[in-house]
Write a protein that binds this ligand. Structure first.
Ligand code: ARG
Length: 422
């Protein structure tokens, strides 16, 4: 393949897309999988460019980063870097998601969406440090991830260009495997059936493709690699205590643990009890409707616990208002607009509210369910004496209730009369 072959190299349609003739040194976001391994060779061939690889550890389980690094160098990368970003991911991204009770649609806790802006930010830093002019990623032209990564790069580094080979190279899976064999790229496992398309990190795991695309097909067992199927989960329930400070979980069963480790531990406990499976139909930002199977046990436990505590320390008015902001926050993050000022504006409000979200919540886990069973907080806007049915007194006088009801219902009563009396 010759340099700047117009049939395979993309013709720029956006300002940040690379002009093939000026691509010299490329920072490739490398996972070690088939797509990005083929890409590592293909960029060297098609662009005649040097490649520097970056792999970001966001807590995806079972990854051997030394193996990935070695593979990159063997396939011709000039440099290969692995960044452990788990702590930053937890502190700057997941803690905010927790304070905003972040769920998109009817159940997606946004783990991939939260990871992409951080991965792209780290790619920008590494590209600058390694003297690259272009960043390459392995996203397709149909998903949300291209939006998240490219919007981040274009925002943070207007001087860098982007290439997305999967969008342009027109290789299907079979052609990729043939290309890999031809170029000495190891292809692991059976190649007959396409695998699920997986993305995972500390906060959850998603699977797409194969039978998942058939909406009438119920989940098959082999898709679940994190969470025990609820029917096989222990017959005994388990209750865990999550302690929050200023909206962020800081202790599990009374023991203080750093956020990364706390999430890992809650993931393991929840997974054992079958908690966190979501079979989700999703409205992608690029217009498609797609089905995902999610396994996100930590999110399925921590988010409801946080929300419960937040409701307890907030007034009725705050509780009416915040879900609308939470929803907007989740939408912005889903849509790849992490760097949009409205997102940090909403964070400021969430921080303000969460300054009082401290206390402990007990969550019972049993065969796929996570249920809040106890809560305590010194900031609770709750007075057991006032809430009980006992005699009135103090701040609450039952004899004031009829007057309240008369005035509170006044406009509604007048309007009803107008509509129902001639
Ligand atoms: N639907 C989710 C999102 O847009 C997850 C996508 C993960 N990618 C994958 N190849 N499974 O954030």
């Amino acid at each position: 393949m010759s340099r700047s072959d117009p049939t395979v190299l993309s013709v720029p349609s956006a300002s940040y897309e690379a002009d093939p003739s000026s691509v010299r040194r490329v920072l490739l976001l490398y996972s070690g999988g088939l797509d990005t391994s083929v890409m590592l060779k293909w960029i060297q061939d098609a662009y005649g460019a040097e490649v520097v690889c970056l792999t970001v550890n966001l807590g995806q389980p079972g990854e051997d980063y030394a193996v990935i690094e070695g593979k990159a160098l063997r396939l011709g990368a000039r440099e290969s870097h692995v960044v452990d970003a788990r702590e930053e991911f937890a502190r700057e991204y997941l803690a905010r998601a927790i304070k905003s009770n972040a769920i998109y649609g009817s159940g997606y806790p946004l783990f991939t969406a939260l990871g992409r802006p951080l991965i792209a930010k780290l790619a920008v830093a590494q590209a600058r440090a390694s003297g690259c002019d272009t960043i390459a990623h392995g996203c397709t032209g149909k998903g949300n991830d291209q939006v998240r990564i490219e919007a981040t790069i274009a925002t943070l580094a207007p001087e860098l260009k982007v290439i997305a080979p999967v969008r342009t190279w027109q290789m299907g899976r079979d052609e990729e495997i043939a290309y890999a064999r031809e170029h000495g790229i190891p292809v692991k496992g059976g190649t007959e059936t396409a695998p699920y398309s997986i993305d995972d990190n500390l906060w959850g795991r998603s699977s797409e493709g194969r039978w998942i695309e058939d909406l009438s097909h119920a989940p098959e067992n082999d898709v679940f690699s994190l969470v025990t199927r609820p029917q096989e989960a222990p017959d005994e329930p388990q209750t865990i205590a999550l302690t929050f400070e200023r909206g962020v979980p800081v202790a599990l069963d009374g023991e203080r643990v750093e956020l990364v480790e706390l999430i890992e531990r809650v993931t393991a406990i929840g997974a054992r009890h079958g908690v966190g499976i979501v079979d989700h139909i999703e409205d992608r930002i690029v217009g498609l409707k797609v089905r995902d199977i999610y396994e996100a046990p930590a999110a399925a436990i921590i988010l409801p616990a946080h929300e419960e505590l937040e409701r307890l320390v907030c007034t009725i008015h705050q509780n009416q208002f915040k879900p609308a902001l939470d929803r907007q926050w989740a939408y912005l993050v889903y849509a790849g607009l992490w760097w949009e000022p409205l997102r940090s504006d909403i964070d400021s409000y969430a921080d303000e509210v969460n300054a009082r979200v401290s206390g402990t919540v007990g969550v019972q886990l049993y065969k796929g369910c996570a249920q809040v069973v106890t809560r305590e907080s010194e900031n609770a806007v709750y007075d057991a004496r006032l809430a009980s049915f006992a005699e009135s007194g103090g701040l609450f006088s039952q004899s004031s209730s009829p007057g309240f009801i008369e005035l509170f219902s006044l406009q509604s009563r007048l309007a009803w009369r107008l509509r129902n009396e001639r």
